[in-house]
Design a protein around this ligand. Structure first.
Ligand SMILES: [Zn+2]
Length: 494
């Protein structure tokens, strides 16, 4: 068995570190296991700085208790994170990192290699005892309940559940964001796991790539008659699926054969959140966009990480009532983005989706500038508004019923809202940009921000207290470049 501290030794060791580094580490007991052992959480951040603009990353471990190197790996990460290394110092100023080094202390302490560790996997434990509503059988799973309570207050931007092995001289395929037990535990931003892999591979490790290495297309259900040509994974719902479902976290599993590669990949994740990602005018993990339709996105509002977290989680948890869309067919030179919350708003504003009908309907209400909207509509070749279906084609009757029974007020975002226009011309020049027909000024708070590359992304920010059940952003622009379409007779000339 690989050398690993007991739960009591982990607690004593972490407390020693807190005495040595009181300004960057807090350790607490967040619950107890079935047998009464403590479940520990370590919180790393620069406590001299306010938390408003810090991102939250959660790390969990010890699937069935026996995957010992997941615990030892994150202890090594913790040791580095509280060190005086300039990179660690920088990360502490931008993050609160929550580490639960031993989520299943009973399995961890009772591991007995004469009784194959496979025996421990029979218990669902804090890794697998989850439903979309929270811990399954909470009275039998106090570890999952403890984890749930941590997650509810932390609402992480990223959550990685670390997996591994128990023999000292063993290794295993390493992977990031590719769960072997479920197709659901994956990152919706594919570049983050790849960037983490690069951190480890630069140091000589080899991180396998699941479907990519198998040369097979990933599927989550069988493909009748062709199942052997698809990389099929089940749709089991585990702890990281819950983080994604509840908080829109970038949540996935990490398989590890080596402690050092755990440290390197998690450092890669933290470094990723210091970048400015696609479509974002700010630096931070790309977690704030919660829906898209045509060339528009619904995203969180906020100028700080805390504001965006509150907005993101609120939008995400009410997404089933959110319709979004835009002017269709999408013209070159103009576009619109609409958003509606609740069925009432859909019925009131989008019962007839012809563009002229929608504009005429809005002109009846004083909060819209009907004249400006009509002027925009007169200059766009789009003919209708095309909107998403909030529940998608596979929702259950129960989900439809729940949506039908809710009122617009139930779903109105209180934490603000951002709408993004994804304009496919980097150097376009805006000639019209209005919200509900009213002009906008550049502002990160209430107004618009432009981000260039890829294309030109215009983000319209609607602050808390000002979100209504329906909004429309209208836009017109000079593309700045002419792009040919089609193949004309002269194109045959060589
Ligand atoms: Zn595992």
């Amino acid at each position: 068995m690989l050398p690993h501290p007991s739960v009591a030794e982990i607690e004593a060791g972490l407390k020693r570190w807190t005495r040595r580094k009181p300004r960057c580490l807090i350790v607490e007991r967040v619950g107890r296991s079935v047998s009464g052992r403590p479940i520990l959480a370590a919180w790393v951040t620069d406590q001299s700085l306010p938390d408003d603009d810090k991102q939250h990353v959660l790390l969990t471990t010890t699937h069935a208790g026996c995957e010992l190197n997941s615990c030892t790996g994150v202890l090594h990460l913790l040791r580095w994170l509280i060190s005086n290394d300039p990179d660690a110092t920088r990360l502490r100023s931008r993050y609160v990192v929550g580490v639960l080094p031993c989520c299943d202390p009973d399995g961890y302490e009772e591991i007995n290699l004469d009784d194959p560790p496979g025996g421990y996997y029979k218990r669902a434990g804090p890794y697998l005892a989850w439903t979309p509503d929270g811990p399954a059988n909470p009275e039998e799973n106090p570890e999952a309940v403890a984890l749930y309570e941590v997650m509810e207050r932390f609402r992480p931007e990223a959550h990685v559940d670390v997996h591994g092995l128990w023999y000292q001289d063993a290794t295993m395929w390493e992977s990031t964001g590719i769960s072997w037990s479920t197709a659901l535990a994956r990152s919706y931003e594919h570049r983050i796991p790849r960037l983490m892999d690069e951190f480890a591979e630069r140091a000589g490790f080899l991180i396998t790539r699941g479907d990519q290495d198998a040369g097979q297309v990933l599927a989550s259900s069988t493909v009748p008659g062709a199942a052997h040509h698809y990389y099929i994974r089940r749709d089991a719902f585990n702890v990281v699926c819950f983080s994604y479902h509840r908080y829109h976290s970038l949540a996935f599993t990490l398989e590890a054969g080596f402690d050092e590669s755990i440290v390197l990949r998690l450092r890669g994740l933290l470094e990723a959140g210091l970048r400015r990602w696609r479509y974002q005018w700010y630096r931070g993990l790309p977690v704030d966009h919660v829906a898209a339709w045509l060339s528009m996105q619904v995203a969180a509002w906020g100028t700080t990480a805390a504001q965006r977290r509150a907005s993101r989680v609120e939008l995400w948890q009410n997404l089933e009532s959110c319709l979004c869309g835009g002017a269709y067919p999408e013209p070159r030179g103009s576009m619109a983005a609409v958003v509606a919350f609740g069925l009432t708003a859909r019925e009131r504003y989008l019962a007839d989706l012809r563009l002229e009908s929608v504009i005429a309907r809005l002109a009846e209400e004083p909060r819209f500038d009907g004249r400006a909207l009509a002027d925009w509509a007169a200059h766009t070749p789009a003919t209708r508004i095309d909107v998403s279906t909030p529940l998608g084609p596979h929702a259950s009757a129960e989900e439809h019923e729940r949506l039908a029974g809710s009122s617009a007020r139930d779903h109105l975002p209180h934490q603000g809202l951002a709408l993004r226009l994804l304009i496919p011309y980097r150097n376009c020049n805006l000639t019209h940009l209005r919200l509900d027909g009213h002009p906008l000024s550049p502002s990160s708070n209430e107004g618009y921000r432009i981000t260039k590359g890829p294309g030109c992304v215009v983000q319209v920010n609607i602050p808390p207290g000002k979100v209504r059940d329906f909004h429309i952003v209208t836009c017109a622009y000079d593309p700045g470049v002419h792009r040919e379409s089609g193949f004309e007779p002269q194109d045959w000339n060589q």
